[in-house]
Design a protein around this ligand. Structure first.
Ligand SMILES: C[S@@+](CC[C@H](N)C(=O)[O-])C[C@H]1O[C@@H](n2cnc3c(N)ncnc32)[C@H](O)[C@@H]1O
Length: 889
């Protein structure tokens, strides 16, 4: 190749890694001299020698300038070095170069891909970065380390010609002080952890022999607030975000999942560390979020770790891990002499296992205020008898929540960072707590101090109340609603209860009654009797010892009454009256059996004709309808757009509006009549033969995204609970236009037998609202329905948004359609609401309860209908004595 072409190729290779021609030229010339014009040597390994030489040359130049600057006393030494460096190369180019160097060194060869200029890493790097890098270049062939931290303790010792020993010493300084502030990548596990904060990044490819001995990291605790100078440094490098280009290799460990040491190790109480990271007690060195599995203290809720207050300060248990991976800080071991053992993970990699004392919980610090006063920790505990546990990658957890914010909660800020949110939370908490402290006695007398570590073991009486298994002793919740609060303006409420400020800010309420008054004593007692009842609603009224008796938490979260149980948030507003919340109930997204109801979801009960094993993907797109279309006459009920088909919907609406025009069946022994205890049963009044939708389900071969799975996917519309201005109490409305046939929500509640409902109703006389719906599709069947098969749904105490749907005679915009999902038994089914027409945003959603306002015998009094429909069945009723029943079909 011609000389010119070779030179051009060299320039272009260097350019690819960000080194401009003018910086290459002098070095290249020199090299050619030194190598006696041997281009082959220079071209070898993709111009590695050339790149090295450039770096070396520049480092030496910088070193000279550093020496020159040494005497200058006006600038702080480190700044001086950096400034000088910037002067030499311009900030952007220098940082760019540094990044390229990172890549070169990591793989021991030049990268062939270019790095984007707008790389967020392209910030001026501190001097120690260069020092470490260059020294490793010279003395340690492949390992690489980068750190944004500057060694401020001994700035004068910084010398770009530092020998390896000096470097290690300097690194020790960094290790020793930057608790939880670094990220290390090793060749074995090289998943890049993007660092949220400016703490910097250390990337390490050390082999066993090169690893820093544990003695170099003498005091890793991870819990102490950072020394101020470190905090300052963090600020300085605030813009530093290692980009994905700093990831060197694909992770070998499954992202998001880490093998449970319990599975892989003879010792289940172990920390997992990669093989090439000898156990030193310095968990800075772990390049992946550290998972600590602790058997003795694991509180598992539905298979998930829970985030909650730390059990203690995180240090006292002797299992504090340090390391900052994308904003998470696990807390470093107090006892660094803990032993280590080896095992092999599922990827065949050797893992170092560090023993953990049995009785210590494992806490991960996930965010904190800037100076460490306020912290959010995640505690992860593990019960020894639980066999298979995968500790999720904390980064993946954050990512998942961030995705959720984007998708489910419709937070549209694409750059949302959960870690940042949590840090803001800590900071705000700290700021507010300082504000309170400064505002003196006035507040302290009227409101209790709230410690961030609320003792969650002390459950509120409402929690207890809701968990009362026996609803007979349940305090009627409606009785605490309308008159149980006195309201003030939001600002007054804030002043009154600063400890609950964030809640009261939002809701602007305070209670004028004590918890006991509001909640009654029965359930308090029940709660004591039932210590196993788990924590329910953190926003429920509280009676914990940390709150004064007159301090009541909001009954509901106005931002999302479902408390995250639905895929969408369901907000709550009252623009009409001062009633801030509906009466207390527990939001559940799916039906739950109360006690005796017979609901059998077993796979074995689903016969061959009841599922589509041979389907694949979307059943709706198949030319031949599958077995699941059988219930709907060989045609699916849904359109490709997920709406109920016109004809099917028409029929359902007609059945609802004119039931007398449709087929009925009559029981020989009607369970409904049977349930009227103390009365001779009347003859069966007949049951409508209902149309059903049958959805595909888990036993089917199709995908979860199959078009014949609508109701089971849950609420997807934007809904809002609001206070109606027509005297109907709370109602439900849509916040978006809904086309005809749209699935809105399911009617969800406790599954009760009719007997149970009857007993419950008999004991809850005087309740303003009741929320029962009969499930009567199988009634009138040839066989006599057993009591435990005659079911209803009661949403009074446990329910979802559907419990707010008000009644409208005749022309309601919703119709309920039975849906078969998990069981072919039609004595149990889902009751789903679909729009009967196009519904505009902000329209109230209504449903015809099917009330016979003339039924004077019904045990539950009917309300006076205010539906406003021209066809209201209760129009004439105003002159009559009331005494009618609310019976929902
Ligand atoms: C299933 S709840 C609906 C939600 C209820 N409005 C609330 O505030 O919780 C049924 C109760 O709402 C009230 N309601 C529903 N529809 C009504 C209507 N058309 N007119 C008057 N009250 C109605 C009645 O008190 C009824 O017992």
């Amino acid at each position: 190749m011609a000389l010119q072409a070779r030179a051009a190729a060299a320039f272009s290779a260097m350019k690819a890694i960000g080194i401009p021609e003018k910086r290459v030229k002098p070095v290249l010339k020199n090299l050619l001299k030194v190598y006696d014009k041997s281009w082959t040597l220079i071209e070898d390994e993709n111009y590695r020698i050339l790149a090295d030489a450039i770096f070396e040359f520049e480092a030496e130049e910088a070193s000279k300038k550093e020496a020159e600057l040494h005497d200058e006393s006006s600038r702080p030494p480190l700044k001086r070095l950096r400034l000088k460096h910037q002067e030499d190369h311009g900030s952007s180019s220098s940082s760019e170069t540094t990044l390229k160097r990172l890549k070169i060194e990591e793989g021991s060869q030049l990268p062939t891909v270019s790095i984007e200029k707008e790389n967020p890493c392209a910030e001026p790097e501190p001097a120690s970065f260069q020092m470490t890098l260059r020294s490793r270049q010279k003395e340690v062939p492949s390992p690489l380390a980068c750190a944004t931290q500057e060694s401020e303790e001994e700035p004068s010792q910084l010398n770009l010609r530092t020998r390896r020993t000096e470097i290690e010493h300097a690194q020790t300084q960094i290790h020793g002080r930057d608790k939880g502030k670094r990220l290390l990548l090793s060749p074995q596990v090289t998943r890049c952890q993007e660092i949220e904060e400016p703490q910097g990044c250390l990337i390490d490819n050390r082999t066993d022999t090169e690893s820093f001995p544990s003695t170099l990291n003498p005091s890793i605790k991870g819990k102490e607030p950072l020394p101020p100078q470190i905090a300052d440094r963090e600020k300085e490098s605030a813009a530093f975000r290692p980009p994905s280009t700093v990831c060197f290799k694909e992770p070998k460990i499954k992202p998001g999942i880490f093998p449970s040491p319990k599975e892989k190790s003879p010792n289940p109480y172990s920390l997992v560390t990669p093989k090439s990271e000898p156990f030193t007690g310095d968990y800075h060195q772990l390049e992946v979020p550290i998972a600590v599995i602790h058997p003795s203290d694991f509180v598992r809720r539905n298979g998930e770790a829970h985030i909650g207050p730390a059990h203690n300060d995180g240090c006292s248990n002797g299992n504090v891990l340090t390391g900052n991976t994308a904003g998470f800080k696990a807390m470093a071991p107090m006892d660094e002499n803990e032993g280590a053992s080896k095992t092999v993970n599922e990827n065949g990699e050797n893992l170092q296992l560090a023993n953990i004392p049995e009785a210590s919980p494992s806490n991960f610090e996930i965010a904190s205020s800037s100076s460490g006063e306020v912290k959010i920790t995640l505690s992860y505990n593990h019960l020894p008898q639980q066999p298979e546990i995968h500790i999720p990658n904390l980064e993946a957890v954050l990512k998942m929540v961030e995705d959720k914010c984007l998708k489910s909660y419709r937070i549209i800020e694409p750059q949302i960072s959960l870690s940042k949110l949590m840090q803001d939370l800590c900071q705000s908490f700290f700021d507010l707590s300082n504000d309170s402290a400064s505002s003196g006695e006035e507040r302290s007398s009227s409101s209790p101090h709230v410690s961030p570590n609320v003792d969650t073991s002390k459950k509120s009486s409402v929690e207890g109340a809701v968990r009362c298994d026996d609803h007979d002793s349940f305090v009627p919740l409606t009785s605490i609603s309308n008159d149980s609060h006195r309201f003030r303006s939001p600002s007054e409420a804030v002043n009154k209860t600063p400890g609950r400020q964030s809640l009261c800010d939002q809701d602007g309420i305070e209670s004028s009654r004590t918890n006991q008054e509001v909640l009654g004593n029965n359930c308090e007692r029940k709660e004591q009797e039932n210590p196993t009842s788990s924590s329910l609603d953190s926003l429920a009224a509280a009676s914990g010892s940390k709150f004064s008796p007159d301090e009541v938490r909001p009954l509901h979260d106005v931002n999302d009454i479902s408390r995250g149980e639905e895929k969408v948030r369901v907000s709550l507003v009252n623009e009409v009256s001062s009633e801030p919340y509906p009466p207390m109930f527990k939001y559940i997204p799916k039906n739950l059996v109360y006690q005796k109801a017979y609901v059998n979801f077993s796979l074995a009960r689903i016969g061959d004709e009841d599922y589509c094993s041979n389907c694949f993907g979307d059943c709706l797109s198949s030319s031949i309808p599958c077995a699941c279309a059988r219930e709907t006459g060989g045609e699916f009920a849904y359109t490709l757009e997920g709406l109920v088909k016109e004809g099917f919907l028409d029929e359902c609406v007609s059945m609802n509006r004119n039931p007398q025009e449709h087929n009925h069946v009559y029981c020989n022994n009607c369970p409904l009549e049977r349930s009227k205890i103390g009365r001779a049963p009347d003859p069966c009044k007949g049951h409508l033969v209902r149309k059903f939708i049958k959805e595909c389900w888990s036993k089917c071969g199709c995908s979860k995204l199959c078009g014949n799975r609508v109701v089971q996917r849950g609420i997807t519309c934007n809904l809002q609970v609001f206070f109606s201005s027509e005297g109907k109490g709370w109602g439900l409305r849509t916040l978006e236009d809904l086309p005809r046939g749209t699935f809105v929500c399911e009617y969800v509640g406790e599954i009760l037998t009719n007997m149970e409902l009857y007993t419950r109703n008999a004991k809850s006389k005087g309740e303003k609202h009741t929320y029962p719906v009969l499930l009567d599709a199988d009634w009138g069947a040839e066989r006599v329905l057993k009591d435990e098969e005659a079911l209803c749904l009661d949403a009074t105490h446990f329910g979802n948004v559907a419990r707010f749907i008000n009644h409208r005679c005749f022309d309601a915009n919703l119709v309920e359609i039975p849906v078969e999902i998990e069981t072919p038994d039609h004595h149990y089914y889902h009751l789903a609401f679909f729009t009967t027409r196009d519904v505009d945003a902000l329209e109230e959603l209504t449903w015809d309860y099917g009330i016979d306002f003339d039924d004077r015998k019904h045990p539950v009094k009917a309300f006076q209908c205010r539906c406003g429909s021209k066809c209201c069945r209760d129009m004439k009723r105003s002159h009559r004595t009331k005494g009618k029943a609310l019976i929902l079909r």
